[in-house]
Design a protein around this ligand. Structure first.
Ligand code: N7H
Length: 472
């Protein structure tokens, strides 16, 4: 079994901090490298490692490529990071790859876009409640004053009832279990640690590529690399993907209401069923392939299911639904074992939080539709970890979410988060089909329910690597 060094891994990679519901993200820029390194040095004891179970608060930190550069990391080391980190999310190639067009185009972003102040550091603050968070945030803001750093944005988050996100669906249920940690899970959901944490074998039984530094007095605290004379800066680190995604809750529920209305009258059951088919789970969280007819809250945390045996054609959970696209499990076009192996080479650890005021407290679909006030921005600060941004997050986004021919579907993208504004398309709305016994039913003119408002790729170093960076 792998000896996973949880004392050197930052906590948020391995834990979701469910017991710390209050959270804020600070986006920072480095102005004075020397002072910034000094700031980082005094921050080190406050960084939460993964072996701790923080009762009151937690703090984690990550850097963009430009941030590592601004901190003073030598070019040779910067060159050993993957090209995805250097390119970021906003080159024209990445725009095509991720599907960020029209209102989601990087030129409209609130942060991380070409017209915004470059983001260097992401400081993640978690607390047991709002007052503790406020104190932690104030302390951090004070420590940042005169530190050679500038606060670019403070991104707040919101706790929604019953672990729901703004559309009204329970979230954060399906997560891969990291092999070698104490939690046991079914083999098909147990994934090699090197898929998420650098320095451990991945699903190919290989060590992920890792950034390297030359041997020096400072780098001697880092583990030896396989290359002679080099040290491993990546060990116990991970890559963090951040996308701020605004959700148009009214547009979503109005669409499914109108699409299922009978002679102009709302059919609440059919409306919720169509929404659940788009997600692949009912609002309670119950997987629609196990509860095909109606919601069943006794299955709200159920994640032990697959598609091939009971739902190979998508009669229950449509092939184009959000969860079937983002993790096809055993339903890839291959034998069962290979299918699970292939799906598991594209898993991510999701760690995001919602932001903005909910349209209503209960987040029940009927209450959402009757809500009085839809003003204001709300959405998901989507955050995930992976050891290869290209093979994991970008693959999911490009080859599955935005692939309009996935599994022989025709002109369909992810109904929730797919981008329907691809410049090569002559249609600017989406399609979604629900297979039926007989003819499939095809929904048309699906607008974009989600708009990307910001984003960046970050490297979250291990604790020893943080210490090395602070002494550059
Ligand atoms: Fe998704 N949603 O609220 O509808 N997602 N997601 N996601 N997502 C999932 O299983 C949602 C986004 C994945 O293993 C659920 O925990 C929303 C991006 C993956 O079965 C719900 C947004 C990407 C899974 C949502 C959003 C993914 C998943 C079901 C943006 C990656 C697990 C609850 C605003 C590119 C699939 C659960 C599995 C589940 C929603 C974004 C990926 C309810 C609103 C950008 C891998």
């Amino acid at each position: 079994m792998n000896n996973i060094e949880t004392h050197d891994i930052q906590g948020i990679i391995i834990k979701g901090y469910a017991s710390l519901p209050a959270c804020t993200y600070l986006l920072l820029g480095i102005q004075q490298p020397q002072q910034a390194r000094q700031w980082l040095k005094q921050l080190l004891p406050q960084v939460t490692p993964a072996h701790e179970k923080p009762a009151q608060q937690a703090l984690n930190i990550a850097f963009t490529y430009q941030g590592l550069q601004a901190l003073g990391l030598p070019a040779q080391t910067l060159d050993s990071f993957p090209i995805e980190l250097e390119d970021g999310m906003t080159t024209s190639h990445k725009q095509l790859f991720l599907g960020d067009f029209d209102t989601s185009a990087p030129e409209h972003w609130q942060w991380g876009g070409p017209g915004n102040t470059p983001v260097h550091v992401l400081l993640m603050l978690y607390a047991i409640d709002e007052p503790v968070l406020q104190t932690l945030q104030q302390q951090q803001v004070q420590q940042l004053a005169g530190s050679g750093m500038v606060i670019i944005q403070e991104l707040d988050t919101t706790v929604l009832s019953q672990r729901k996100e703004h559309f009204g669906f329970r979230d954060g249920i399906a997560q891969p279990t990291i092999e070698g940690l104490r939690r046991q899970d079914a083999p098909e959901n147990t994934v090699a640690p090197g898929e998420f944490i650098l320095g451990y074998p991945n699903s190919y039984s290989q060590y992920p590529d890792t950034p390297l530094v030359t041997e020096s007095a400072n780098s001697r605290l880092l583990p030896e690399a396989t290359h002679p004379g080099m040290r491993d800066l990546g060990k116990n680190g991970s890559y963090l993907v951040f996308r701020q995604m605004e959700q148009d809750v009214q547009l979503f529920w109005e669409y499914v209401r109108a699409a299922t209305a009978e002679e102009g009258n709302t059919n609440a059951d059919e409306m919720i069923k169509l929404a659940a088919k788009m997600v692949g789970r009912w609002p309670s969280g119950a997987p629609i392939c196990l509860a095909p007819d109606k919601d069943d809250s006794s299955m709200e945390n159920m994640d032990s299911f697959a598609y091939r045996a009971h739902d190979s054609t998508g009669l229950k959970c449509p092939i184009g639904s959000h969860i079937r696209r983002t993790n096809p499990r055993d339903a890839m076009d291959a034998d069962l074992k290979t299918s699970i192996e292939v799906s598991n080479k594209h898993r991510i650890l999701r760690r995001g939080r919602s932001y903005g005021k909910p349209v209503c407290e209960s987040l029940h679909p009927n209450d959402i539709l009757n809500a009085q006030n839809f003003e204001g921005e709300r959405g998901l600060h989507f955050i995930c970890f992976n050891a290869s941004i290209a093979r994991q997050f970008e693959f999911i986004q490009n080859a599955w979410v935005n692939n309009h021919k996935l599994f022989n579907l025709n002109n369909e993208r992810d109904p929730l988060i797919g981008n329907n504004h691809h410049p090569e398309d002559d249609y600017k709305t989406g399609f979604f089909s629900t297979p039926q016994n007989g003819l499939r039913k095809r929904y048309t003119n699906i607008p974009s329910f989600v708009t990307v408002k910001g984003g960046a790729y970050f490297f979250m170093p291990g604790l020893k690597a943080l210490s090395y960076l602070s002494a550059l």
